[in-house]
Write a protein that binds this ligand. Sequence first.
Ligand SMILES: Nc1ncnc2c1ncn2[C@@H]1O[C@H](COP(=O)(O)OP(=O)(O)OP(=O)(O)O)[C@@H](O)[C@H]1O
Ligand SMILES: [Mg+2]
Length: 285
Amino acid sequence: MTTNPTSTSTHSSSTGSLVQPILQARNLVKRYGHVTALAGADLTLYPGEVLAVIGDNGAGKSSLIKALSGALIPDEGEIRVDGDLQRFRSPLDARSAGIETVYQHLALAPARDIAANLFLGREIRKPGPLGWGLRMLDHKTMRKETARIMGDLGLLTIQNIGQAVETLSGGQRQGVAVARAAAFGSRVIIMDEPTAALGVKESGKVLDLIAGIRDRGIPVILISHDMPHVFEVADRIHVQRLGRRIACVQKTDITMNDAVSLMTGAQAPPTDHDPEAAPARLVRR
Ligand SMILES: Nc1ncnc2c1ncn2[C@@H]1O[C@H](COP(=O)(O)OP(=O)(O)OP(=O)(O)O)[C@@H](O)[C@H]1O
Ligand SMILES: [Mg+2]
């Protein structure tokens, strides 16, 4: 492991603790019969950072983010948003706390069109009595907004915004899910392998989008197997192994090879680092 002595001292826990984490998970446990998906997992996310979560297949990355986004109720452990204890019973609870998630297996409604998917659960109603009385949906406004959001994000390779999601290509579907998270995530955006189904050009757009979201002050948790993507966009790297966080390091303190060795268990986690230390960009500000 390559450690940078100057930055390690800057990121001492006393410095890091000055910045309040926006999202914090402690000792999360989730068992499915004899299978332990989460074995006491921790996670700390600071405002304005991109936190990459890496780990081998089955390391518990998706389970961890499902717990953070209300899609899974942990058996043990606690989750805090801005220091306040939360008990998410459903994804809706997490969404109302401002946590928006792009799941690895996309949670889209395939038979509905793109606009309906983007506004799923937050439909815009027609103004006046048609809307609040007859509960009629304002499809025109939702389609217009959808075209604007997708266009702004540079994700508009779709020719017809009224197209059913099931007729879109895998990459385009991913684009819809990413657009939905980016448009509505107000506190935290979580993306589980958002570039896995994307071509080179679309992946580039999603990475730009992640950096753009971070620059708007909204932190992003990015789960990815793609080390070049991780190293391009992350501030810190959380390494998940056998259901728990075994390390969390500043990107500048680790090489790609070391990250892979940690992930696979070929290298032991560093003993001289503070996984809770705030990202360098916050500490230096
Ligand atoms: N619903 C479930 N029922 C039984 N076992 C499960 C369930 N969900 C997850 N697991 C198990 O928990 C472990 C962690 O799974 P998880 O999906 O969180 O891994 P992951 O790190 O996201 O893997 P990948 O990189 O392949 O996406 C695996 O061994 C998996 O088989
Ligand atoms: Mg997964």
